[in-house]
Design a protein around this ligand. Structure first.
Ligand code: FE
Length: 340
């Protein structure tokens, strides 16, 4: 990798409003839309191993994307980290990434979890939780089944336009087709126990409280409640049953946290090193466990009681790039179906 001549680097540094200059490849600038306690250790270990200092800019995706756009070719950003394939897809559509070729990443991250311009580093599952006093187990084993008229007035989800549901919609389109997915979205809407509100944890709590018979939520929200020492969280867990959806068909829909190198990265060598580091055994543990997720690298062991208790499951192996490419279609279908 060519290093920028010093004059160019200095000029670039001077062009950045209010930013400080940095020496090429001795520092790296991470734009991260995820921030967990374990991220601290994640970055420190990288610095210890490589001597490369990590500067973190943490903000919401939209803010980071706007910043990257405004900074343009002078952006000091090297790596962008975000959660959810649909958000990474949106970032990718803005043309912010530069594709990375790396034997290490190809060897460590399964092919279906590598997108064209970014990599997945942890997975989360979109699961079903139900209240056994309100619905029968056989009614709630698949995503498709949640649209069945037999569940009228029972279903709760967060907004249909939320990235988590759009990604699920994209998976449904890929497996069941667009027409069936539109019918599905209409069915979900007509089965609502209430209009979508709140986050996934709110749906789980509403199921425990008997306000909804069944809900969809990301696995880490449940794991968080399971690992909580608060009595009220334990009471929620005691009142719900979790299901791995679609075990007899295409598997449970999974989503990812991911990262990629930014197009104008001034420290490309360090950026690739960092992306490769994220796939190391050590980093995988921090990365995944920081949010009760699963590592993407085979054989990396977590010590997370909730994830252990939830046990193994059959995960969807749909290529993440295909999922990302279908999110826009899911949005249109959900809009037409009134799933908002
Ligand atoms: Fe979340």
């Amino acid at each position: 990798m060519l290093r920028k001549p010093l004059a160019t680097a200095l000029l670039a540094a001077l062009c950045m409003s209010g930013a400080t200059a940095f020496a090429a490849d001795k520092e790296i600038n991470i734009y991260s839309a995820r921030h967990y306690q374990t991220d601290e250790a994640l970055y420190e270990t990288f610095t210890k191993k490589t001597g490369i200092k990590v500067n973190r800019i943490e903000a919401k995706e939209d803010e980071l994307l706007e910043r990257i756009r405004n900074e343009g070719a002078n952006s000091p950003g090297d790596v962008f980290i975000a959660v959810d394939a649909s958000r990474l897809a949106f970032a990718d559509q803005q043309g912010i990434f530069s594709p990375v070729k790396s034997k290490v990443l190809e060897a460590r991250i399964p092919a279906h979890l590598r997108a064209s311009n970014w990599f997945s580093y942890s997975t989360r599952a979109r699961i079903i939780v139900y209240n056994k006093t309100m619905v029968k187990p056989e009614q709630v084993q698949t995503y498709e089944g949640l649209a069945d008229p037999g569940l009228k007035g029972q279903v709760c989800t967060r907004s249909g336009s939320h990235p988590y549901n759009l990604s699920l919609g994209a998976a449904l389109i890929q497996h069941d087709g667009a027409a069936k997915t539109e019918e599905w979205a209409k069915g979900i809407v007509s089965n609502f126990a209430r209009a979508p509100k709140g986050g996934d944890t709110d749906q789980i709590k509403a199921v425990a409280a008997g306000e909804c018979g069944v809900a969809i939520a990301n696995s880490y929200y449940l794991a968080r409640l399971m690992n909580s020492s608060k009595a009220e969280d334990q009471a929620v867990v005691a009142n719900i049953v979790a299901v791995w959806p679609n075990q007899k068909s295409w598997g449970t829909h999974i989503n990812v946290s991911g990262a990629g190198m930014l197009k104008h990265s001034p420290n490309k060598e360090a950026a690739v090193k960092f992306l490769e580091y994220l796939a190391s055994d050590e980093a995988q543990v921090y990365f995944a466990d920081g949010n009760n997720e699963w590592p993407v690298v085979e054989g990396v062991k977590l010590s997370n009681p909730a994830l252990e208790k939830l046990g193994p499951f059959k995960a969807d192996t749909l290529p993440i790039q295909k999922l990302a490419d279908t999110v826009g279609e899911a949005q249109k279908i959900f809009d037409r179906a009134g799933y908002r």
